[in-house]
Each structure stands twice: as C-alpha cells, then as structure tokens.
Design a protein around this ligand. Structure first.
Ligand code: GLU
Length: 434
C-alpha cells in the first residue's frame, strides 16, 4: 500500500512551496489508490502555534487535499524517548550531560557511503564522514526533526517520502537512523526548488504568499491547484489547463522535473481567468454575494440575485480574480461614484454638456429600453451631431462608471437603468459646468 505524508511545521502559514509538496503527495496517493497522511510537526513548542495549525488545515481543505489520517508530534514524545532508549541500548547513541546536569541523547554517525535512488533525482551518494554526531533528544526532552521524522515515518508505514529539495541534506542522516533502528527504508522523492520569476528564491515580495491570501484575493482553489501542479510537473504536450481528475490519472512522481520550477504569477492570473470564464455564472454569483455584502454594496437580506447574476455574466470573461468583479462593478451598486481623475482629464476635459443633454433626451424618446434600441438611439444621435461614436462613448462611460474600462457602454446603460443613467449625466453637467 502506498502511504505518503505531508508534514508541515506549524511555525508559519501554508505557502506556495508547502502547498505544492502537499499536492504532489496527495496526487501520488490518489493516483496509486494509496493513502495521504498529515503529520503536524509541532515539536518546537515555543515556535509552533495553534493558529498556524488551523490555518494550514483550512488551507489544505480549501485546496481539496483531504487526508486519511492526521497526527501531532507533540503528542508522541513518549514514543520518541522510547526509540531513543532503543538506540542507546543498541549502542548507536550516547548520553551527553550539560553543565547544568541535563542530558541529551546523541546519535553516533558511522562514516560510510550511503546511496539512495531518488525517484526524481536518480542516484545520489552521500559520504557520512562529513556529518557530525546527531542530537536525537535535546536536553529539554524534545526530539530533533530528523529523529522524530524517522520514527514517525517508520511507525506510520510511509512508503514514499516526497518533500522539497531543501531536505536532501537531511536524507543521509535519516537513512543512518533507519538502519540503526532496524526500520525498512522508504523510497525518496525530492521535489525541485521553486524560484521566483525575477530570479532567486521566493520571498514575501516575490510571491511567497500564504494560501489564505490567494483565497482572499479571489483565486479559485482549482485554478491554484492547477498552477501548483505545473511547478515541477506537466501532463505533456504543453498543456497548461488540467483538471484534478485528469491529473490523478496522469500523475507520476517519476515524471517530476529535477530542474527548479519558476513561479510565474502572470501564469496564475491567466489560469484563474480561464477557470473563471468557464465557471457556472450562478456559482460565481453565490461567491460574490458575501463580498458585496461585506462592501455594503447590497443588503444581506434584501437583494436581487437575478440582477447580480446578469452583472456577473457581463464581467465574467474578463475577470482575473473574483475580487475584480467587486472592484469593477462597484458603480452598479454605489449611489455616488468617484471618477478616476486620470480618466476625467483624458475624456472629460472638453465641455460635452450639450451632447450629454441630447443623449438624456434621446433616452426618453426610445420606444423600448433594451440594449439594441439604446445602441440604435445613440448611433442616430452621433450621426446627427456629425461626431465619431467614440468621441461620446468614452466620456459617457467615464461619467457613468468612473472608469475607462468595462463592459460595452450599451450594456452598462441597460443594467444601470434609464433613471440612473440620466441622473448621473445631469448631475455631472450641473456639478462640473455651472
Ligand atoms: N516539518 C518539515 C518541514 O516542514 C517536514 C520535512 C519532511 O517532509 O520530512 O519542512
């Protein structure tokens, strides 16, 4: 039975790198009908925080990586002490007394050549003569990472250890412990480093953002998962959009690249847009409603869902993140909109009061108020005025929406409604031109 684990330390939030490790473990388990375990490595009692545990679990759930079992290392200290005693009895470890009389248990590193056949990197050989003796149990009674990791991986019957490249240097130390404690060796697969697009390691500034932040920015979990998947793996044939079910079928840990992956946030935006475009507008509507309530754009108990659905459809093809909707469609909900000063300077510097007034009147004369009729009425007017359509389209859009970009003007007018359109235009004329 394939059993893998994700073993985060709750000393910080779940970031892209950790989420990618979790995904590859989860994918491997699912693709091989194996099990995916979660182990919270909270042995560092002062740095581990409950909030981080919560945050990590929530992020994993949000991404859809359900686990089959979970355990906490802080509840297993007795087990580590028991195995440290075994190492002592077997002559693999010794006790070191500190000046204050406290005892640590130290592992004797035997110089030898250790070889692993990493599933991603191939054969790696280590010379343990350069490794110092290793602490197993610190003088405060807590175990070290390498020790608790090996004891747990062995007792939890982990078959494949899939983790970041940054742990390669720990692997020979761990192998020596497996040997000393008489545990069978698992397989190892070390995932490539993730580099920032600008070069160098990821940092806060270069996209090493918590998963919860991507969530609140309005990325869809399936888009983020698709993006994470491509950090070191690809389904082949240059495909970039790949759903989770298909990935489960195609994924193999042996096909992961050894070269570093590059974290390209533009690609994440592109992927998210692809998913948003294809999402059911009704479910996007459900997702934006709480955002609109939070912004006080709508009243929690009293709103027109069909109206919001129409607006969602209007913006859906262009959205990069869900939050764009809230930012871009604000003018449909606000009573007083603010006009972007740059847009104003660009499109409203000239006095268009006369044209605006004529358009206001024209709206009253339409025999129907639908998108086609609004557009026909507008085209007629610019023809009569002998001006180009865009000479009026852009200025009217800026007055109605406060922005230069957005859906087609006639759709905007239709969904804003005749009264609000006329009101915004006349208010603008009054305020600006008298
Ligand atoms: N707690 C370790 C980490 O977060 C786990 C490493 C491992 O997977 O062995 O890096």
């Amino acid at each position: 039975m394939i059993r893998v684990r994700f073993a985060p330390s709750p000393t910080g939030n779940l970031h892209i790198g950790g989420a990618r490790t979790a995904l590859f473990n989860w994918l491997y388990a699912r693709s091989k009908s194996g099990q995916f375990l979660l182990r919270i490595e909270d042995t560092d009692l002062s740095r581990s925080k409950k909030e981080y545990v919560e945050e990590i679990l929530n992020s994993l759930k949000w991404l859809g990586f359900e686990w089959d079992e979970v355990c906490y290392q802080s509840q297993r200290f007795d087990i580590y002490r028991e195995y440290a005693q075994k190492a002592l009895k077997g002559g693999h470890a010794y006790i070191e007394k500190s000046e204050s009389g406290r005892e640590a248990i130290i592992f004797k590193v035997v110089p030898q050549k250790v070889k692993i056949n990493d599933l991603i990197h191939g054969e790696i050989e280590f010379d343990t003569s350069v490794i110092k003796d290793q602490v197993l149990i610190k003088s405060d009674g807590t175990p070290t990472y390498n020790f608790s990791c090996v004891v747990d991986d062995a007792l939890m019957k982990i078959s494949h250890i899939i983790r970041g490249d940054d742990h390669i240097s720990n692997t020979p130390k761990q192998i020596l412990l497996y040997q000393a404690l008489g545990f069978p060796l698992p397989e190892f697969a070390h995932l490539p480093l993730i580099l920032a697009k600008e070069g160098g390691r990821m940092s806060k500034r270069k996209g090493a953002t918590a998963i919860t932040e991507y969530r609140s920015m309005g990325y869809l979990p399936k888009a983020l998962v698709n993006f994470l998947m491509l950090l070191g793996w690809s389904p082949g044939d240059n495909r970039e959009i790949i759903g989770i079910e298909e990935a489960i079928k195609l994924f193999d840990i042996r096909n992961v690249n050894k070269a570093a992956a590059v974290m390209d946030l533009d690609k994440l935006d592109w992927i998210n847009n692809q998913y948003l475009k294809n999402e059911d507008p009704a479910s996007l509507t459900e997702a934006v409603i709480p955002m609109l309530v939070e912004k006080k754009y709508i009243d929690k108990d009293k709103f027109d869902k069909d109206y919001i659905l129409s607006l969602v459809k209007l913006f859906q093809p262009r959205l990069t993140v869900l939050n764009d909707f809230v930012d871009w469609a604000d003018f449909f909900f606000l009573k007083d909109i603010t006009i972007d000063p740059e847009a104003k300077q660009k499109y409203l510097a000239r006095d268009l009061s006369k044209e605006f007034k004529l358009f206001i009147d024209r709206l009253d004369k339409l025999d129907k108020f639908d998108i086609v009729t609004i557009e026909a009425g507008f085209r007629e007017l610019v023809k009569e005025l002998n001006i180009e359509a865009k000479a009026l389209i852009h200025p009217i859009r800026v007055v109605l929406t406060g922005k230069t970009i957005g859906p087609g003007l006639f759709e905007v007018i239709y969904y804003l409604g005749k009264e609000r359109t006329q009101e915004r235009l006349s208010k603008f004329i009054k305020k600006e031109r008298t």
